[in-house]
Design a protein around this ligand. Structure first.
Ligand SMILES: [Mn+2]
Length: 297
């Protein structure tokens, strides 16, 4: 089992795939935040890799995102190969393309990868269905092999995820085109209504059974906008009526004992939109619950 008390933090310091690039400053703020000292005091050992930043300012957004995601994929692949548990901090949610492509590439070809996608949105647009053109609305489709080849083929020229090995939790805002794609692929979606009705712990339990069924390892990616803005306001596309912080802490505590959890990702933290460091504190508590299995304080 990967030692969850020794964590490799990777920062994807880019928000160019969203409508507002504020999330690009998320990793730097977290790296310098007092929450890092708090995590160390609670017994978490960690080290940071280099922050991945947008270069090639003159290239297209697509080429820049593909380049950054390739760099991120290499960093994550390195962590997995070294047997280190990683946590990726976005940045906008295009980081998921890099993170899970890196994990996929590090695994043996017969190993399948599961993924729990916690988000207010489906992030499953293709260039044909997107109303905005923003790549942060496309990462899940790209990982499933739909959309732009430059995003699908990071490190390996093949889809990184199979529909039966993933599920989405917390969805409450989406467009028809992306919903159609996920429906066609028969992907399990726990809409926010179901989360409220059954509770986050029951939903997480079922989600784990899905992502573990046919796979060797699984990951979790969490978009801050999945969380109710009353608990985590620091994100670009705020959607009311989300998952409450205390509920997600209890749910991710279950992950602390999951031997096949290979890494975690937290995306779309925008420090410019945060209020009284609430979202930073949320992230700190989330990491504590998930890695150390402890309740927050
Ligand atoms: Mn997202």
């Amino acid at each position: 089992m990967l030692d969850r008390k020794e964590v490799y933090f990777v920062g994807y310091a880019s928000g160019i795939a969203g409508s507002d690039s504020g999330s690009g400053d998320g990793p730097e703020v977290l790296k310098n935040s007092p929450i890092m000292t708090k995590l160390a005091q609670k017994g978490l050992r960690y080290h940071w890799g280099e922050l991945i930043k947008s270069t090639k300012q003159d290239a297209s957004i697509l080429d820049r995102v593909a380049g950054q995601c390739t760099e991120l994929a290499r960093a994550v692949k390195y962590a997995v190969n070294e047997g280190q548990f990683f946590i990726v901090f976005g940045g906008d949610h295009s980081c998921a393309i890099g993170t899970w492509s890196g994990v996929y590439d590090a695994l043996d070809s017969q190993d399948e990868l599961g993924l729990i996608w916690i988000d207010a949105h489906m992030d499953s647009h293709t260039p044909e269905t997107t109303p905005t053109g923003n790549i942060h609305g496309m990462p899940l489709a790209s990982l499933l092999g739909y959309g732009n080849a430059k995003l699908i083929n990071i490190l390996k020229a093949q889809p990184k995820l199979k529909p039966q090995n993933i599920c989405l939790i917390g969805i409450r805002s989406y467009e028809e085109g992306e919903a159609e794609l996920l429906k066609k692929l028969n992907v399990r979606i726990f809409f926010m209504d179901e989360v409220k009705e059954r509770g986050m712990e029951a939903v997480m339990k079922e989600a784990l059974s899905i992502v573990k069924k046919h796979t060797s390892y699984f990951g979790v990616t969490l978009d801050i906008d999945a969380i109710d803005p009353a608990d985590a306001p620091g994100t670009g596309v705020v959607e009311s009526d989300g998952i409450r912080a205390k509920d997600i802490y209890r749910a991710v505590q279950m992950l602390a004992n999951e031997k096949r959890l290979i890494g975690f990702e937290i995306a779309e933290f925008d420090p410019h939109k945060d209020k009284n460091h609430m979202t930073e504190m949320f992230i700190s508590n989330l990491i504590t619950s998930m890695t150390l299995g402890k309740t927050y304080d």
